[in-house]
Design a protein around this ligand. Sequence first.
Ligand SMILES: CC(C)(COP(=O)(O)OP(=O)(O)OC[C@H]1O[C@@H](n2cnc3c(N)ncnc32)[C@H](O)[C@@H]1OP(=O)(O)O)[C@@H](O)C(=O)NCCC(=O)NCCS
Length: 196
Amino acid sequence: MPRKKKERATQESLIGKRVYLRPFGRNDLSYVQKWSNDPEIREMTGEAAPMSRAEAGRFYRRLRTDKDRIWYAIVLKKGNRVVGEAGLLRMFKPWRCTDMTIIIGEKDAWGKGYGTEAGRLILDYAFTQLGFHRVSIGVAALNERALGYWEGLGFKKEGVQRDGYHCNGEYSDFVMMCILEDEYKKLHTREHSGTT
Ligand SMILES: CC(C)(COP(=O)(O)OP(=O)(O)OC[C@H]1O[C@@H](n2cnc3c(N)ncnc32)[C@H](O)[C@@H]1OP(=O)(O)O)[C@@H](O)C(=O)NCCC(=O)NCCS
């Protein structure tokens, strides 16, 4: 009898106003490879080395098989343009904790609110659908845009790893940040009450 293949739970798209997140597909690999090979983005995200084609293949296989991560392509509704990737990783259900990641890889899409919208979609999914209590991130202190971004989403600094990051021969602090489910829900409710 053929062995039944273990399937991951079906991953749904998350739909926002201007962007939507759809499950990451093999065709999106070329974008990730392009962004991972961009020195400016590598410096901000801590990718130590450029991503080869073989590594891109391994990355994709992990996304398909690892149960502790979910990954999305960030797509602009207008023109269905892929501008980034985002996901949850190191999801640990027993502790209701997870890490999060996001890269808007297309630089002309920076600073237009797409990252914030995509981040909220993921957080909403993590807290209200997946039942997580805590979402964490580590940010290189040199990445000022990202620090402002995470704070804007409601993340709080928890601690600093002094010189915890090393890139291009320079050290930078590594800032640990997190948001808890109650904080997110409060912020979310406040933002939506009185403004709509
Ligand atoms: C960080 C990132 C996800 C933010 O997404 P974005 O769509 O560019 O940001 P938004 O337009 O949603 O802006 C959100 C906040 O980020 C900060 N921000 C955005 N552009 C900024 C800039 N040029 N300088 C400083 N802060 C900036 C601000 O705090 C901004 O809030 P505000 O608009 O109320 O001032 C995106 O720029 C990115 O992917 N950068 C490269 C990869 C990266 O750094 N990933 C995160 C690793 S931890």
